[in-house]
Ligand binder design. Structure first.
Ligand SMILES: Nc1ncnc2c1ncn2[C@@H]1O[C@H](COP(=O)(O)OP(=O)(O)O)[C@@H](O)[C@H]1O
Ligand SMILES: [Mg+2]
Length: 134
């Protein structure tokens, strides 16, 4: 699996962050055609589908966040898994959460970084949707 090449990519061993940014731009141009513009966080561009979202790293911290989130599993965390493209670029697939007004979130959500908590469509539980380390 490889997106159509639009941005020239340096080898990851030569300049990892520049490779991530170029890889990111190539994937984003393909996914934007399908899903429309992404929601952008600090390190990742998130494309929203019906029942899941696709997180594309925008820099090397986004790579670390995707790999970290895929390793975690807890009832308070949105379910997710990682897929690697043919160049080993890590793409995170996560269940989509329904965004809830800040005032309606449970108390513990106010202690989560930027209260990034929403309602799981799958389980009806409140779950954290951004639990990367960076
Ligand atoms: N599971 C999800 N369901 C719905 N929207 C999401 C989900 N995960 C992320 N988003 C949206 O995408 C934005 C960016 O994703 P996020 O994981 O916060 O990236 P970053 O780690 O770079 O901050 C979020 O602020 C939110 O608006
Ligand atoms: Mg975020």
């Amino acid at each position: 699996m490889r997106p159509e090449q639009t941005t020239v990519e340096p080898a990851p061993s030569h300049n990892f962050d520049k490779w991530v940014k170029a890889r990111s731009a190539n994937w984003s141009s393909v996914l934007e055609e399908i899903y429309g513009p992404p929601e952008k966080g600090r390190h990742r561009a998130t494309f929203i589908a019906n029942d899941y979202v696709i997180k594309i790293p925008m820099c090397e911290y986004g790579v670390g966040d995707n790999e970290y989130e895929a390793e975690q599993s807890d009832r308070n965390l949105a379910q997710c898994h990682l897929v690697y493209d043919s160049d080993d670029f890590p793409i995170l697939i996560m269940e989509k959460v329904i965004m809830v007004d800040y005032d309606l979130l449970p108390h513990w959500a106010h202690n989560v970084d930027c209260s990034q908590v929403g309602l799981s469509k799958k389980t009806g539980r409140y779950v954290i949707y951004d639990f990367g380390l960076n």
